[in-house]
Write a protein that binds this ligand. Sequence first.
Ligand code: NAP
Length: 194
Amino acid sequence: MKTRYFTASSLDGFIATQDDSLDWLFPLGDLDDTSYPGFIAQVGALAMGSSTYEWMLRNAGAVAAQTGSAWPYAQPAWVFSSRELPAIPGADLRFVRGDVRPVHARMREAAAGRNIWIVGGGDLAGQFHDAGLLDEIIVQVGSVTLGAGKPLFPRRLADASLSLVSARQVGAGFAELHYRVNAGTRGNGGTDGH
Ligand SMILES: NC(=O)c1ccc[n+]([C@@H]2O[C@H](COP(=O)([O-])OP(=O)(O)OC[C@H]3O[C@@H](n4cnc5c(N)ncnc54)[C@H](OP(=O)(O)O)[C@@H]3O)[C@@H](O)[C@H]2O)c1
């Protein structure tokens, strides 16, 4: 069981524009050409922050047109927010707030041996890392710069914190980078015994 932050990013390290647009992302390539199909098949639970969830709410029509459903995930999903947010019909959702550690324990139980996907954003992935719970970071680095926006991972990972496991070209639009977060350098709040 791995906890993985899997996301696309601009070359200059942003996963969305400041106003939460992903319009720059979709022309870069087809998700099915990346490692996503194999990745999602191994996911048993996923987590996201409210901006990411609200993007799904705002774009439910487009998501449904592309995937056949306004909520394309069969796995249970945990949405972090301090606010009351509307549910998406048919989605298996739990709204949570605060410390990621008890939520991770529940996700781990639900995932039953499969992987946990931290969808984003970057700070939420950072909260899991701070707690010592993030095992891998997989990024499709797009051939585009945005200049500003929502950060990929607003943390400092120096001192051999990351090991590059693989790098793969996906057409002209992406370089897919797969990193392992080295155990001895993780945040130390984790309790699940990796
Ligand atoms: N490029 C990609 O592949 C990709 C992947 C994922 C996401 N995205 C996009 O990137 C953007 C990410 O936005 P973002 O950086 O703002 O991150 P986000 O994690 O989606 O949303 C951040 C918000 O989530 C809530 N939150 C986070 N941690 C919490 C906690 N522990 N307890 C309670 N609430 C918590 C807070 O808002 P409230 O408390 O006010 O609700 C916080 O401001 C979105 O536009 C998304 O669509 C892109």
